[in-house]
Design a binder for this molecule. Structure first.
Ligand code: NOJ
Length: 490
């Protein structure tokens, strides 16, 4: 038997071992895409005048911060191989490609008033032109965790002057690329920027200001988001006619048991883990529960005022309703009950719940990711019910494994399971879901996991100088889903 035949049989067998999938088809105007982020794929860390981001800086100083002592110096080498990447996106047949722009590549000195890097500008110009020439719509994330280190030296997202620096940078992107880019995402996952970056030290800049730095960080992110949304609305939208949204991530919280107590714990969890970020943008302020609880705990801890900052009336006006679509990154679910032993003060202590999982859930290679497809439907319904059914674009969803693993049946099952729940949310629950983005196009630098954790539809050989790309089975399956707008693809 030839290798091709063996491969085809294995492929059929593996893809046939899958969960029950929905019979519905995706609506005609439903958009499919695939995503990456600058620091995770580009490499070329010091080329074309680029300066260090907080990731470059911290990992150059201390390689032990990642599991494999790696960094993003070369990553997938997309700084040089961007054309090949776009070819892979094109062959996948998706409607859009979600990429992010590296602030320190465009503005090496980062701060308001600083000079553009011509090479940086050309790099993204070429990518955007090539995408459009290939009929792929660019969705651009303005900020995906790679704060320029220059900016971090003056406090990063804890210093309110960052708002003006961000506005300066984002405006430049609108000026440079807004004639062609019509979908902008202001921030990727503020929860992780602020909680993991400034409180639990799981991500750069690895700060440990629990229960204070995290709240201050998001306060500035929310104001920066609202202001740039209004600037776009007033100054650019009339001519450029694009849309601006934000990507908020959420692990869905379900009650651990049927008791009233656990049900309430799950409600609290959602307010603190999703409402913290979504409520200001969709309803004008932090969730009342957070304002009340953090205010009370802060007083008891001896703070003169709440650790949760207050928005002014003007800020509320700016932030409230500042979205054309709501980006959602979702991967997994937890079960909630009250309890837990957390540092005081800390966000988790303010929330006061403990997470657990159902042992029957399938674990991925990442210690935070279990396959729980119904959680995505639960979350979509939550958003619909709490926030007046806004247009939701799923900007990330994906599965982690280790190794080469070309026949990635687990990723295929995960994707089909989650997409089935999206269909049910659309047709059975009336949720306004406008699109889905697979994370990720390529295996890439998975933050502190380095290159040990693989999310790619395409395997990347990080041992080869060429960073050879090999599509996995999930790439072929996703391609069929996209082409048929259906999960019934055999
Ligand atoms: C969220 C982040 O946006 C992305 O950078 C990361 O790689 C994936 N989730 C997987 O952890």
């Amino acid at each position: 038997m030839s290798m091709t035949v063996i491969h085809s049989i294995a492929f059929l067998f593996l893809t046939a071992v899958s969960c029950e999938v929905s019979n519905y088809s995706f609506p005609e105007n439903f958009q499919f895409g695939v995503a990456t982020a600058s620091y995770q794929i580009e490499g070329g860390w010091n080329e074309g005048g680029r300066s260090e981001s907080i990731w470059d800086y911290n990992l150059h100083q201390n390689p032990n911060l990642t599991d494999d002592k790696s960094n993003g110096d070369i990553a997938c080498d997309s700084y040089h191989k961007w054309k090949e990447d776009i070819e892979i996106v094109k062959n996948l047949g998706v409607d859009f490609y979600r990429l992010s722009i590296s602030w320190s590549r465009i503005l090496p000195s980062a701060l308001k008033g600083s000079e553009l890097s011509t090479e940086g500008v050309i790099y993204y110009n070429n990518i955007i032109d090539e995408l459009i020439a290939n009929n792929i719509v660019p969705y651009v994330t303005i900020f995906h965790w790679d704060t320029p280190q220059v900016l971090e030296f003056k406090g990063g997202w804890l210093n309110e002057t960052v708002i003006e620096d961000y506005i300066y940078y984002a405006r430049i992107l609108f000026e440079l690329y807004g004639d062609r880019v019509k979908h902008w995402i202001t921030f990727n996952e503020p929860h992780q920027i602020c909680e993991q970056g400034y409180a639990t030290a799981e991500k750069a800049p690895f700060k440990t200001l629990q229960g204070t730095g995290d709240y201050l960080c998001y306060h500035h992110v929310a104001i920066a988001h609202g202001k740039i949304y209004r600037i776009y609305e007033e100054e650019y939208k009339p001519t450029q006619k694009g849309q601006v949204g934000i990507t908020i991530d959420c692990v869905f919280g379900a009650p651990k048991t049927d008791t009233e107590e656990d049900k309430q714990a799950a409600i609290d969890y959602m307010e603190f883990q999703y409402g913290w970020f979504a409520h200001p943008i969709l309803s004008g302020n932090y969730p009342p529960l957070m304002i009340e609880k953090i205010g009370e705990l802060s007083r008891r801890e001896g703070f003169p005022k709440s650790r949760l900052p207050e928005f002014t009336q003007d800020e509320i006006k700016i932030i409230n309703g500042s979205f054309d679509f709501l980006g959602l990154n979702h991967y997994t679910t937890v079960l909630c009950s009250y309890g837990g032993n957390y540092p005081v003060p800390s966000h988790r202590n303010d929330l006061g719940t403990i997470d657990s999982i159902d042992p029957s859930w399938k674990p991925s290679a990442a210690d935070w990711l279990w396959e729980v497809p119904w959680g995505l439907r639960g979350l979509l319904v939550y958003i619909k019910d709490h926030y007046n059914n806004p247009p939701v674009l799923i900007t990330e969803n994906g599965w982690a494994n280790r190794g080469r693993y070309i026949h990635d049946v687990d990723r295929i099952n995960y994707m089909k399971g989650y997409l089935s729940e999206v269909l049910k949310a659309i047709y059975d629950d009336g949720c306004n879901v406008i699109g889905y983005t697979a994370w990720s196009l390529l295996d890439n630098f998975e933050w502190t996991y380095g290159y040990t954790m693989k999310f790619g539809l395409v395997y990347v050989d990080f041992e080869s100088e060429n960073r050879t790309r090999t599509p996995r089975d999930s790439y072929e399956i996703y391609k069929k889903i996209v082409a048929t707008k259906s999960l019934q693809i055999y």
